[in-house]
Design a binder for this molecule. Structure first.
Ligand code: SF4
Length: 460
């Protein structure tokens, strides 16, 4: 490199959006941003790195830098393009990657000097090297699933306050093909995992007394043998951990026993719907296997594992009555917490293509449309109006997080088996009670931002 000073990289994590006049972004549930730490780890040690989290702080656009890296999700795309425009206007090139960049490359390429399609490992190092030598390309494409050996560089989080829970990645991707899920589109229904010893090393380094570890895997048990290897290795650590998994593992009592012994406190399971027609439509009929959700929950309770259940509404057979039955189920079953959201047609998913083919999308690109607000329904449901579906989702959340429901679920044996768990149940549910509607109506992108999104210039 001819330049004497170090190459400077600025990593930015965009927020979803801000209404005009919002002084402080919503602070609840703000966790460390692991993709940013991963980008930092892939960056050579002699590069000067800065990280700005748009949810927590303002971005100093005038601070000198040589390259900006932004990981883009569909919900943060508009804000990412605003940020990129600010840097572009100052002559600083921007590289974008992440889910949205892979699933919607033509759009993202409009606002990025460089686009990374697929996973960053094995590619981002080349991006930096090419920029240092003045020979950047417009697109980099990861050719195959990379070997996941990198440990995130958390030094970039120094001085920023996040929820006191440690995020660790073991596996990435999922072998199922649920039609609404961007993960299966991105990874083409494959999964890969990090070596267990790397994960143990990382846990030893980042663990703090009393803190929970959250394995942020899309589906921890997608590769069951590998997940079991990890759990065996966790037993001596006396760790408390939570994660996300598909329902199939809830029928595998041997693995549930291992989960419990390895310190698992509970898992998120995507139940999505209790109705066979809806599950069939979303290509998730496996949720009804071996006795379905009720049997799965009984197995989980038997092995002292709590459940965060997620449900999505808006498939063709969903009605206000079926939604009410779902909330009854979630309360009766004593779910630790639950999410009730409308289905979201993410670009690049089979659901999006189906709705587009049926002319049911209400916006060309809802994630960029100025009329669209968080929690609005971007498609025409079959059996309700969009507004009714939106109200039903909110009503479901309100009922599930009412004080009477919180108390009732707190009495479920599985949620009060230790004082630690009962306390967490109360605190987390109370946070949801107060937070049930705080994001509704939020714009996507910063409303105070003025100007036009600046398309990137192309050199090749
Ligand atoms: S099981 Fe979960 S992660 Fe896997 S494809 Fe279905 S929704 Fe996506």
């Amino acid at each position: 490199m001819s330049n004497r000073r170090p190459f400077r990289l600025t990593i930015v994590h965009p927020c979803v959006g801000r209404p005009r006049g919002m002084k402080r972004y919503i602070r609840t549930w703000q966790m460390e941003c692991l993709p940013a730490a991963m980008i930092a780890a892939l960056t050579p040690a002699d590069v000067e790195k800065k990280f700005y989290d748009d949810r927590l702080e303002s971005i100093p656009y005038d601070e000198p830098t040589d390259l900006v890296a932004i990981s883009v999700e569909t919900y943060t795309a508009k804000r990412a393009y605003q940020i990129a425009s600010e840097y572009r206007r100052r002559g600083v090139p921007v590289v974008m990657g992440g889910f949205h960049a892979t699933l919607c490359p033509d759009e993202v390429q409009t606002y990025a000097d460089t686009l990374v399609i697929g996973e960053a490992e094995g590619v981002f190092e080349q991006v930096i090297d090419d920029y240092r030598h003045g020979t950047p390309k417009s697109t980099y494409h990861s050719q195959s699933r990379p070997v996941l050996k990198t440990t995130p560089d958390r030094s970039i989080f120094q001085g920023k306050r996040y929820l006191p829970i440690r995020l660790v990645e073991f596996a990435r991707g999922c072998r199922f093909r649920c039609d609404f899920c961007a993960i299966q589109s991105f990874f083409n229904a494959t999964h890969s995992h990090r070596p267990v010893d790397r994960v143990l090393e990382e846990i030893a380094r980042v663990r703090r007394p009393g803190q929970m570890v959250f394995f942020i895997d899309d589906n921890l048990t997608s590769g069951l043998n590998e997940a079991r290897e990890l759990m065996e290795a966790l037993i001596p650590l006396k760790l408390r951990w939570v994660s996300q998994t598909a329902i199939n593992v809830a029928h595998d009592e041997d693995t549930l026993d291992l989960m419990r012994r390895s310190g698992c406190q509970g898992v998120l399971i995507g139940f999505e719907s209790l109705h066979a027609e809806s599950l069939k439509q979303m290509n998730k009929s496996f949720n009804l296997m071996a006795g379905g959700p009720a049997k799965a929950l009984a197995n989980m309770a038997k092995h002292k594992l709590s459940v965060y259940g997620t449900f999505i509404f808006g498939y063709d057979h969903d009605t206000p009555q079926s939604i009410a039955e779902t909330v009854d189920f979630a309360i009766d079953q004593g779910l630790f917490i639950a999410a009730f959201n409308h289905i979201t047609p993410f670009p690049g998913t089979p659901l999006y293509e189906r709705m587009k083919g049926e002319n049911r999308l209400l916006y060309d690109a809802w994630w960029l449309d100025d009329r669209y607000r968080y929690n609005m329904i971007p498609f025409q449901p079959r059996s309700m109006s969009p507004e009714e579906l939106s109200r039903e989702c909110l009503g479901a959340r309100r009922r599930f997080y009412s004080w009477s429901s919180i108390a009732r679920r707190g009495f479920a044996r599985v949620n009060r088996r230790t004082p630690y768990l009962l306390w967490n149940h109360l605190v987390i549910n109370a946070m949801h009670h107060w937070d049930v509607d705080s994001r509704s109506g939020l714009p996507l992108g910063d409303e105070s931002w003025t100007g036009d999104l600046l398309p990137a210039r192309r050199s090749n």
